[in-house]
Design a protein around this ligand. Sequence first.
Ligand SMILES: Cc1cc2nc3c(=O)[nH]c(=O)nc-3n(C[C@H](O)[C@H](O)[C@H](O)COP(=O)(O)O)c2cc1C
Length: 377
Amino acid sequence: MSALFSTATLRDLTLRNRTVVAPMCQYSAKDGMANDWHLVHLGRFAIGGFGLVIVEATGVTAEGRISYGDLGLWKDEQIAPLARIVNFLHNHDTAAGIQLAHAGRKASTPVSWHKGVPHTEAEKAAIGYEHWTPVAPSAVAHNPNDPDFQTPTALDAAGIANIIDAFVAAAVRAEKAGFDTVEIHAAHGYLLNQFLSPLANKRTDEYGGSRENRMRLLLEVTKAVRAVWPAEKPLLVRLSVSDWHADGWQTEDSVVLARELKALGVDAIDCSSGGFDGASINPVVNYQVPLAKAVRDGAAIATMAVGLLGDIEGAEAILTNGEADFICLARGALDDPNWAVHANHELGATDYTLWPKQTDRVSSRDRSLGLRAFSKP
Ligand SMILES: Cc1cc2nc3c(=O)[nH]c(=O)nc-3n(C[C@H](O)[C@H](O)[C@H](O)COP(=O)(O)O)c2cc1C
């Protein structure tokens, strides 16, 4: 049995294997509501054998969306279409996670395929276009030279309290939708990451200045979410472990933070990086794996490795070398939604039980063609 296809248990949740689909914004929702696109997009990863599928960054408030096309969980009507997706994943033995998010100053930006292409009024009506002024720790734009990023309004004490309440309310709705885990999004230069990083946090109150103060909001959100999230269900946090910026948040900061998150009942850290202007990133194969290892070793907490991990033997080695506990794929899963079933055979599986019964006739094709379990040495 490979490490990648061994089961993993976090609290009372046992994953059938250690393959995870990372959250991926689809910019395909209207008023934050999941629809058939999200069902098919996410459902195919369950058919493809993944252990856990994490639903995209989902706005805890309407103003916390990256774009008007993001999913949301700021009102009860948004629960049912997500529950339909959760049911599908569960019916195919895949656990369901959802990333709860607030984009902060990176909110209200164009969807990626509409950057620089203005919508007509008719298109705006059809897609539910909305535009609003974002909020952030400080009134500093993400990139003053890019008109897509507005100067945000700095949050006051009441605004910060509302953010915490919104994460809690969204977590309660995620539980009602049946999710097995929630992931708090504190990465990629979005709101909680903006509070952590001195690049975006210029506050002089108890939420800014020292590292302890900059960590305060994420720790308060985590504590409040953990209090309402069922004790038997795991809680995840995604961090930008490093800003890749000399004046920014560093890996050592993440180790300290991860220890505190663990003490609050976080079960695993999803280890990403970057998200601020001026970062110096070298995106090569496995480039974020050392970050997952640093957090895993430094805070004695389970980690998820992510970022250019597509090679199957390489993914297996990350686990067997003790660099991370889970392998998360985003683009690799888009490229091959059956990546997990394929990887299982590559790592030696000779049975077809990871294929859903509707697809296991692949085995008869493989027998006839002498593939996978039927290949001759
Ligand atoms: C289409 C797309 C949408 C993404 N949306 C999110 C998101 O909603 N939340 C998030 O934390 N990361 C998001 N990411 C980043 C991925 O989760 C992942 O960390 C990154 O793509 C690196 O993994 P990969 O090399 O396997 O693609 C997105 C990436 C892609 C390609």
